[in-house]
Write a protein of this length. Structure first.
Length: 492
């Protein structure tokens, strides 16, 4: 497994293989349609959803504008509560810090709460290289780990697996990791959940070190928050003697009161619940209660560079609800693995190229992994305009230009393979800035419409093989307006 999946083929190649997997498409279609229908019902119950959405957007934007101030306050609050704060500029530094902290305890095993940040930096692989076994305790993450697989969804990492496949993984792999699957295990959800519970229970009771991420960090009090549905997270957060939390710097909110907004919008947008069954909050350490040693690793890993982009920075508002994945027609057909990142779907298409840059083939292709239909923006609980950022990143890839990498301003060269796109956009810009030429072209297109092909030649053939070219109208809008005076004169 690779935490960032760099080295995978570009999205079009990976997606081409995925869309021909009938089982995968059936699994995705069933799961995403079910989740989004439940979400729509849960959101409809809230009369002020639009106001909550706007409030979440404003809180996040305010925090990002003053991120330096709130991060310093968070460090002060966590330290005052008995925790230790570490700063990690990138994945390598974060992995080095966590590995050293685990080794200081003398332990060779850790239990983990589901965490996108630790997947992003490839922490499990780094720990394994140091002789430390990391056990995922979230049910879906356990399935992915046992299956030597990769997560394909933010909320449901094993969404690409059906019950029969999960049962086979448990029977085949559980014995290698600990307690084996029960004899005669079926694909009943209740039996699968019980098998996972029994397998994990011995890990919880034995582990001395827990590793987590966090959904939110409160600068005012130094409180960290994890929301979940299974209870495994609370076991990891309370039973071990040492707790290490790796959290992206954008997860901070200024005050306790700000949680009021997000604890309403996150569960409804993610699991379609009015509130999460388990909402765990901890502030530093307390004598005789919970972990006696707490370390917070604040992760940058490209976030400061993303913050420097006035358009792209809105991706840092993301609260990881996954609603955008469940409505995306591209994700539904291609699945999460095609994105080559732990952040799949629409949010991954704008977040990964900013965190990692666009030098690799997979990252340069991600902003094009969208139909720009806008469904992702409509469901986002913090109003991230994903189509706007996608177009912004496409321009950067095709045209090059200024960007921030590792805290420095650099000038990116146009990516290879976009010469035709650049030429087409420049031609369109010229035509739209010369009304006379545009008018002539429209009239010419209308008068020659009978000779237009039904499919495109050359490279365009791949596009038109599965789509009908739109018919050119017999009359342009401009000519219609002139002839009818905008519809007022209908006698002509």
């Amino acid at each position: 497994m690779s935490g960032t999946f760099v080295g995978m083929p570009a999205f079009p190649k990976a997606a081409h293989k995925a869309v021909h997997n009938a089982t995968l498409r059936a699994n995705l279609r069933h799961a995403t349609h079910t989740i989004r229908a439940k979400r729509a019902k849960a959101v409809a119950e809230v009369s002020d959803w639009a106001e909550l959405r706007e409030a979440g957007k404003r809180i996040k934007d305010h925090t990002l504008r003053h991120l330096d101030r709130y991060l310093v306050r968070l460090e002060e609050s966590v330290t005052a509560a008995g925790g230790v704060v570490h700063w990690a500029a990138d994945a390598e530094e974060a992995n080095r810090i966590v590995t050293a902290l685990v080794k200081m305890t003398g332990e060779s095993e850790v239990v983990k709460v589901k965490s996108m940040a630790t997947q992003e930096i490839g922490l499990n692989e780094a720990l394994e290289a140091a002789g430390i076994h990391a056990y995922e305790t979230d049910l879906a993450e356990l399935i992915v780990q046992l299956g030597k697989d990769r997560p394909s969804h933010i909320l449901v990492p094993a969404i690409h697996r059906n019950r029969g496949e999960i049962r086979d993984i448990f029977v085949r792999e559980m014995g290698e990791w600990g307690r084996p699957a029960p004899e005669g295990l079926t694909d009943s959800p209740a039996e699968l959940a019980e098998a996972a519970r029994l397998h994990l229970r011995e890990k919880f009771l034995r582990a001395k070190v827990g590793i987590s991420g966090a959904n939110f960090m409160v600068a005012e009090t130094g409180t960290l928050v994890v929301v979940e549905s299974e209870g495994n997270g609370r076991m990891c957060l309370t039973l071990p003697e040492t707790l290490i939390s790796v959290v992206g710097i954008e997860k901070i909110v200024p005050s306790w009161r700000d949680l009021e907004v997000f604890l309403q919008t996150l569960p409804r947008s993610s699991t379609a619940e009015r509130m999460n069954p388990y909402t765990s909050m901890w502030t530093g350490t307390t004598d005789g209660d919970g972990p006696q040693t707490f370390h917070l690793v604040l992760l940058d890993n490209g976030r400061t560079d993303t913050l420097a982009d006035e358009v792209g920075r809105q991706a840092l508002r993301c609260i990881r609800c996954s609603a955008c994945l469940n409505v995306c027609p591209v994700y539904e057909r291609a699945g999460g693995h095609a994105y080559g990142s732990v952040y799949p779907g629409p949010i991954g298409a704008i977040l990964s190229p900013q965190l990692r840059g666009t030098a690799s083939e997979i990252d340069a292709s991600l902003p094009y992994a969208s139909s720009l239909c806008g469904a992702c923006y409509e469901v986002c609980p913090v109003a991230i305009d994903i189509p706007e950022v996608l177009v912004h990143l496409r321009e950067r890839i095709a045209e090059g230009g200024r960007a921030t990498r590792d805290g420095n301003t650099v000038v990116l060269k146009p990516a290879k393979g976009h010469a035709a796109e650049r030429a087409a956009m420049r031609a369109a810009r010229w035509a739209f800035s010369h009304p006379g030429a545009l008018r002539t072209g429209q009239r010419l297109a209308s008068r020659t419409r009978r000779f237009h092909p039904r499919t495109l030649p050359g490279p365009g053939r791949a596009w038109s093989e599965t789509r009908d070219l739109p018919a050119v109208p017999a009359e342009s809008f401009r000519d219609w307006w002139q002839r009818t005076r905008g519809g007022k004169d209908t006698t002509k």
